[in-house]
Design a protein. Sequence first.
Length: 631
Amino acid sequence: MSPVHAGAPGHAAKPASTLALAVGSVGVVYGDIGTSPLYALREGLAAATHGTEAQAGDVLGIVSLLLWLLILIATFKYVVLILRADNRGEGGTLSLLALGQRALGTKRLLLMLGIVGTSLFFGDAIITPAISVLSAVEGVTLIVPSFAPYVIPVTVGILIALFAAQRRGTEGISRLFGPIMLAWFAMMAIMGLRHIADDPHILAAFSPAPGLQFLFTHGPAALPVLGSVFLAITGAEALYADMGHFGRRPIRIAWVFVVFPALALSYLGQGALVLSDPSAARDPFFLMAPAWALPFLVAFATVATVIASQAVITGAFSVAHQAVQLGLLPRMEVHHTSETQLGQIYIPRMNAILLMSVVVLVLAFGSSANLATAYGIAVTGEMLVTTILAFVVYRYLWKWSVPLALAMLAPLAVIEIGLFAANMTKFLQGGYLPLTVAALLVIVMATWVRGTRIVQDKSRSESIPLSTLITSLEGSENLRHVHGTAMFLTAEPVVAPPALLHNLKHNQVLHDRNYIVTVTTTNAPHVLPADQVVTETITDAFTRVFVTFGYMDDPNVPRALAMARKLGVKFEIMSTSFFINRRSFKLAEKGVMPGWQQRLYAAMTKTASNAPAYYHLPPNRVIELGQQIVI
């Protein structure tokens, strides 16, 4: 019989106003890039001067580079171009991957690009909270120099409190992020505007000429400087990654009217201050404030960096959830911390890994200046992956001509390759760290994808077609029929689920109603409840049920099956038995994967959260039957 869909329309929530969304995006989307003025110009000048007095040409050149990175990468690439590439409203590297797969299918190279981009994101995510909070707490030493020995303990304490708070959810306090960061950007703009008068020559930095002159005159020596000024656009990826939460238009409005003007004025003000007083190069952001306002500025900066860190942590949870849904990582326990906001989730395992990594970074590097050497490589790599995936989408999904796609993206790729090369000069000073983290994650995700594919192929080759099994069961005299409903979860709807075969073999019983339930994840971010369930009647005793979730949806199977009642599925959760196949793995002497990869895959399967919890099945209604697979 032909499939039947649930037909109840979903009820869309009333959208928030564009202005409210724009203010909200200031607090979440722009937290990271909004705290870059704390250290970007300082590190650029330090790389250029090597402890000597800053020269006017260097200051103008570096400020020019800062501004034009904001214009070319943040504004042109992300705000103008990349925000166009939404996957049904959602953004981020995995959304670009899903769009690319829609155009080209599941190509191995395309999948690997998505894995690399996701891995680089996590390499960046462990550095952002560490460098942001450290740089803010270090500002206290400008007021109380004797505070220096306490910078590390205080920073670690703030970070532990921040990560500990994740389990309670951030819905309530996140409503304050927008207004607080709005005030932060306003304060930066006022401080910068106030100091431009210190030396109006700084306005020449709006021309690209000083930046280009700096690069040409310094030659290879400019690479470390370029790697430092790149810190100004760390966080630009969030413009695209968080599009699903706020929408394209609010994010663009916030950038054009609030964020970019405030950042530009802050860098111009810092540059003018250093032109008038070269000694201010040691910490131009905090030294823009008058002495009486410095304690307030340090406190405000600490709050702003905590907000920026919160945005990165939330983004890490979201990306990890998407990676699990797309089959790139094992299942992980996910807690939804808000009844009104779908994206508010907490992943205990990811939270613990991030906290441990961030604290180790703070203790190992000891200062934001040292951490700055580790920053940048992962971000530039992720940006380059985004550009490549965007080319695939523009050329093959949107059918742009090759000259047009290259004209838009090739210059950006050249700039990003240059930035990546510049950041690679810091490889031995700490840049190896995010690359090492990303490389380990690439191995983990590639192993999971490969192992899962091998297991599925092996299970499929050893399986019995469902139609064959049903035919063999008709008229069977040794089979006992029992009342009730049985649901067998399986990844292969056309073959007999192993749990069904084991139940027949060992218990020799068949329920009155048997549902073969297949749960899949589509490359769309969300699937409407009305479209999540499709049924197909095979016989009076057997029915196929297809449950589809988006890669950002909560895979709540009972809730989806409740929709299937409208399709004739007789489903009462407390009178239904859920049969699940629990696999264990035995390593083959000569398997398809190398021995180390077999052991890694087997270990990862043990860390995966159990299926009943992941799919929200009632524990007292689940029956698990074992199966051993040789890999």
